[in-house]
Design a protein. Structure first.
Length: 129
């Protein structure tokens, strides 16, 4: 069984990687399009910094959770700050058009334990004995 080739809005990954950030903006949804067109310089600087750090074998760490994933970022391993720690993420094709912050959750999963003594009405009666 052959694996289906990835396409984004009818374009293959090779075609997308050839596009400029502003040309890619025409393919994403309206909110991300406006952001990409407004901040394309910042996103291009981010990509260049990331490529330089990865060539030096340094981990790419960022606080920029608002940066939108563009085709040039695919394959990069980026550690995104969640407010407490850096969460390592590898950028894959399905992340195109999303923001980096969506993949580094700021609130962890809570699992509550048993109620302690005195926490419920029934446990008070047991504690007096």
């Amino acid at each position: 069984m052959t694996q289906k080739e990835f396409t984004y809005r009818g374009n293959t990954l090779e075609e997308l990687k050839k596009l400029d950030v502003r040309e890619f903006a025409k393919l994403v949804r309206s909110r991300e399009r406006r952001t990409l067109l407004r901040q394309f310089n910042e996103i291009e600087k981010f990509i260049n910094r990331a490529k330089i750090k990865s060539s030096r074998k340094k981990q790419i760490k960022t606080h920029d959770r608002h940066v939108i994933v563009v085709p040039q970022m695919i394959g990069m391993k980026i550690a995104i700050h969640n407010g407490k720690t850096f969460v390592p993420i590898e950028i894959i094709e399905e992340m195109l058009g999303h923001r980096l912050g969506e993949f580094s959750l700021t609130r962890g999963k809570i699992s509550h334990g048993k109620a302690g003594v005195g926490a419920t009405k029934g446990s008070k009666a047991k504690a007096k004995k």
